[in-house]
Design a protein around this ligand. Structure first.
Ligand code: ADP
Ligand code: MG
Length: 307
């Protein structure tokens, strides 16, 4: 099976992802299927911890392709993302070549050869390391500057780059591209237009319950339901940092380790650090929510209400 024809239906995408322990709802499965079929980049946006990065990782795993990851950050520039010349190696080589008394032109021709080129993620993705096009994960693009975004737009338009000393290189097969953003700032429309766009919401009760039981099969059903309900409740409060799915999984795992079969007031207080990571949020939770008997009951009665 080649990666271009790997998925033949949306249902198959859902099934294959579930087999890889990733729970996707219909809308996400659809956009993945289309990105794959239309060979368009996939742009995933959403709060931290809702499962954006994992889509890129799983896509590579499922299609047996190499995963090339470009983590974006402020100040990331084209050369760091694309290629650089290996100056120390070039300098060393120039010295050796001078000893051999070679001419300037010949030395120059030699030191701008492929063995002096340091390939960064974007160039690697364009060149592809084998027959199967890689999956290029451009993670947290909202952290990079707008100039970098413009440059990215160019690369994603034709998957072609020109290195003045070597020439133009073009991807034989387009890599599958997954771009993610935590929306700490708005990403330009032009970039989004190049891509299929999907906003990943915080999971529903059902989805989070499935994620917990899929990832942590040892968990008691009742506890998994309580955890999923609790997480949904806690995300209705506007904390500095709302917990994502990583926090849910960390917490559920901690509860299993403590051999808990259900939530109670005390264990929530004791394990709050798994879910809330800011002292202000913890304080607020303890004082405004946990001190209130009615609210406490709402958080803890999940299993009855939903199960
Ligand atoms: N739909 C899902 N099914 C299974 N696990 C998930 C799902 N969404 C998120 N996770 C898990 O939650 C964690 C956070 O996901 P991640 O992709 O890093 O989030 P993001 O990139 O949106 O910040 C990872 O451990 C991931 O495996
Ligand atoms: Mg991420």
């Amino acid at each position: 099976m080649t990666s271009e024809t790997y998925f033949s239906s949306i249902e198959q995408v859902e099934e294959e992802l579930a087999k890889a322990h990733y729970i996707a709802d219909r809308a996400l499965a659809t956009v993945i299927f289309l990105a794959h079929r239309l060979q368009k980049p996939l742009f995933l946006e959403g709060e931290p911890g809702v499962g954006k990065t994992e889509v890129g990782i799983i896509m590579a795993k499922l299609s047996g392709a190499e995963l090339i990851r470009l983590q974006c950050y402020e100040g990331l520039d084209a050369s760091t993302a694309l290629y650089e010349w290996n100056y120390p190696k070039q300098l060393l080589h120039i010295r050796l070549e001078e000893q051999e008394r070679r001419g300037k032109e010949e030395i120059e021709r030699r030191i701008y050869g492929p063995e002096f080129l340091i390939k960064r993620p974007l160039l690697e993705a364009i060149l592809g390391s084998n027959d199967r096009p890689p999956v290029l994960l451009i993670d947290e693009v909202d952290r990079s500057d707008e100039e970098f975004e413009a440059f990215l737009l160019e690369v994603l338009s034709d998957f072609q780059i020109t290195i003045p000393e070597i020439g133009t290189m073009k991807a034989k097969k387009r890599p599958m591209v997954v771009v993610t953003s935590n929306r700490t700032r708005d990403v330009h429309d032009a970039l989004k237009r190049r891509c299929l766009y999907h906003w990943i919401e915080y999971p529903s009760f059902e989805k989070e319950y499935r994620i917990v039981t899929t990832r942590l099969p040892r968990i008691e059903e009742h506890l998994a339901k309580q955890v999923a309900h609790f997480m949904r409740e806690i995300r209705t409060v506007d904390f500095l940092k709302k917990p994502g799915i990583s926090e849910t999984l960390d917490w559920a795992n901690a509860l299993i380790t403590m051999e808990k079969r259900q939530l109670d007031e005390r264990v929530v207080r004791e394990t709050l650090g798994c879910i809330l990571k800011y002292q202000d949020d913890i304080k607020r939770f303890t004082e405004e929510i946990w001190a209130n008997g009615g609210r406490r009951a709402e958080f803890l009665q999940g299993a009855e209400k939903n199960g």
